[in-house]
Design a protein around this ligand. Sequence first.
Ligand SMILES: [Zn+2]
Length: 80
Amino acid sequence: MSLKKAQAKTAQKWIRDKAKNPNCPKCDRNEWTIGDLVKSPSYEKGGLLFGGDVGFPLLVVKCDNCGYVEQWAADAIGIG
Ligand SMILES: [Zn+2]
């Protein structure tokens, strides 16, 4: 799910406030793009479950320099 502009601003501010080191852990640059909300699958009884009430929403953030991707719990940010 794409973020609305207000959600992206909230996420940028939240990450800026929480991340002690804002630089990418792989290339050490600070050039990020806020991506979409995705939902994690849940592992249960030997299989992966998708959708419904399982998993939780994640915000995907990509390093513009090297492509490293990190995920943040959207509910902690207040957008999920
Ligand atoms: Zn990087």
